[in-house]
Write a protein that binds this ligand. Structure first.
Ligand SMILES: [Fe+2]
Length: 213
């Protein structure tokens, strides 16, 4: 492991310090996969009064996607789509989409991020067709398929889901991808570290858009 830097304030940090930080952050896809797996495990047992806990719901959604022949990145999206149930219950789709964004296609990112209330809004007094405002979004057809076939059906206590270990190699392959090489997210690269240039991203202004890998 690279030795830690010693600055007490950013103002006294050096270029060499940031090179070490960037190398550490950009070379740890295994650590990111480990963290995401631990977050999934944390969902186990937190029932939220649902028929199955979010851990089982996640496995069940991913299993259904896998058995229907979905692309590997969509299976991983299915596995992680509710990973923010505890950390960000009010915006959990956005939370999951942010984690996945550097590693999946724009279409898959949109599947996780856009409107998913069609199958229950009618039961809570909300217009189920609110999703219509996203018609025309490139991810809409696949998001609708995702919700109808895999997400809304994944509350069956009697369903036999594949274990998390079956999905772990897929998850590690997706998080092992070069960040932002699978999509058109504007990004910049400095010191070997790629950062998001899209609104809300973290790249410093004026950095040069990265070349596609
Ligand atoms: Fe879900």
């Amino acid at each position: 492991m690279t030795e830690a830097t010693n600055f007490r304030t950013m103002d006294e940090s050096t270029t060499e310090d940031w090179q070490r930080v960037a190398q550490s952050a950009s070379g740890d896809s295994a650590g990111l996969a480990d963290l995401v797996l631990a977050m999934l495990e944390r969902l186990r047992g937190s029932s939220l009064c649902m028929p199955v806990d979010p851990y089982e719901h996640s496995l069940q959604t991913a299993t259904r996607a896998f058995k229907d022949g979905a692309d590997e990145e969509i299976v991983v999206c299915a596995l992680l789509h509710d990973i923010g149930d505890l950390a960000a219950p009010q915006n959990h789709a956005e939370f999951a989409a942010a984690i996945l964004r550097p590693y999946v296609s724009d279409e898959a990112h949109g599947v996780v991020q856009i409107f998913q209330g069609y199958h229950y809004f009618g039961q809570v007094g909300v217009d189920r067709n609110l999703r219509d405002r996203f018609r025309g979004h490139p991810s809409f057809p696949r998001a609708a398929e995702f919700c109808a076939k895999w997400d809304q059906t994944a509350f069956d206590k009697d369903y036999e889901s594949m274990p998390l270990s079956a999905f772990e190699p897929m998850l590690r392959r997706v998080f092992g991808r070069q960040p932002y090489a699978s999509n058109q997210t504007p990004c910049a690269e400095f010191m070997g570290f790629r950062v998001n240039l899209a609104p809300g991203g973290t790249a410093p202004l004026g950095t040069r858009p990265a070349r596609r890998a």
